[in-house]
Design a protein around this ligand. Structure first.
Ligand code: ATR
Length: 267
């Protein structure tokens, strides 16, 4: 029996227990996956208590991804470059930190939307934690170039510099986005949470694949993509299920069928 959980605050509306229960049923792996509400300033005590109860690992979500990064005794390259951890695996005395968010995005693009990143021009909106978490998995698929555009230009420029060793990157302000078309636009800003879409040049969306990391609703970014003739418009539900699948595999070695789970959640 794998004793697992997701830590967050808030955590009530997390879909992870449902997703992992479906994975467990499909694969025949026995899993007990709970939701744990931890106090914002006491993550490590709650995580330690869960490990002492015999945990095999756990997920962490907002606001604990940096706490989990600091809590881990070992980090994968993904977690190191992301600067954040969403998956912890307990292996003897080791607390291994991984980040499956970016892998989840890439797997959703390739497995479900049939989109290959190789040789594509990718524009990412935002330069916060979400962008940092997806950059390495995107760059490892050899896109032609990854442009990072952010309201605060200096943060985009810094991320572009930090990731330049992994592929062709550049960073600039949202106001510098041109009307030239790009292949893929990824909205990694938190603007959708406030019901907003950054005011940017719209020509870049023409015939583009527009992907919002947010899920579960028609976001302002998705409305903008539709109004500006995007070829494909997607929310982040597939990414949510794929990052969960990657965590499940990291813990158990079993590969779940994500297509069925995405279909179930959509219905
Ligand atoms: P997350 O972990 O979700 O990435 P974050 O690290 O706080 O959260 O980053 C939020 C991102 O959304 C930032 O890139 C932020 O831009 P700034 O760096 O200029 O703050 C971006 N963002 C948030 N609200 C925005 C808005 N209304 N318009 C444009 N960008 C916005």
């Amino acid at each position: 029996m794998y004793k697992l959980a997701v830590f967050g605050n808030p955590i009530e509306h997390s879909l992870s227990p449902d997703i992992h229960a479906q994975f467990a049923q499909q694969t025949g792996v026995e899993v007990d996956y709970q939701k744990i509400l931890a106090p914002v300033n006491d993550f490590s005590q709650f995580a330690t208590a869960f490990i002492h109860k015999g945990a095999s690992g756990f997920n962490v979500t907002v606001p604990f991804k940096l706490d989990a990064f600091n809590f881990a005794t070992e980090l994968t390259l993904n977690a190191k470059t992301a600067g954040a951890v969403n998956t912890i695996k307990i292996q003897g005395s080791k607390i291994i930190g991984e980040n499956t968010d970016g892998i989840g995005l890439v797997n959703d693009l390739t497995n479900h939307l049939n989109i290959e990143l190789e040789n594509k021009v990718v524009l990412i909106l935002g330069a916060g934690g979400a962008t940092q978490g997806i950059l390495l998995p995107i760059l490892s698929k050899n896109p032609k170039r990854v442009m990072i555009a952010n309201r605060t230009a200096s943060k985009a420029e810094k991320l572009a510099r930090d990731f330049a060793k992994y592929g062709k990157t550049c960073g600039f302000g949202l106001d510098k986005i041109k009307d030239d078309p790009v292949d893929i636009i990824i909205n990694a800003t938190s603007a959708s949470l406030a019901g907003k879409m950054p005011d940017i040049a719209s020509g870049c969306a023409n015939h583009a694949i527009c992907y919002d990391l947010m899920y579960g609703q028609q976001t302002p970014f998705m409305d903008w993509a539709k109004a500006n003739n995007a070829a494909v418009i997607a929310d982040g539900l597939g990414m949510l299920v794929e990052q969960a699948a990657s965590s499940f595999e990291f813990w158990t070695g079993a590969t779940p069928d994500t297509r069925t789970v995405i279909k179930n959640l959509r219905s």
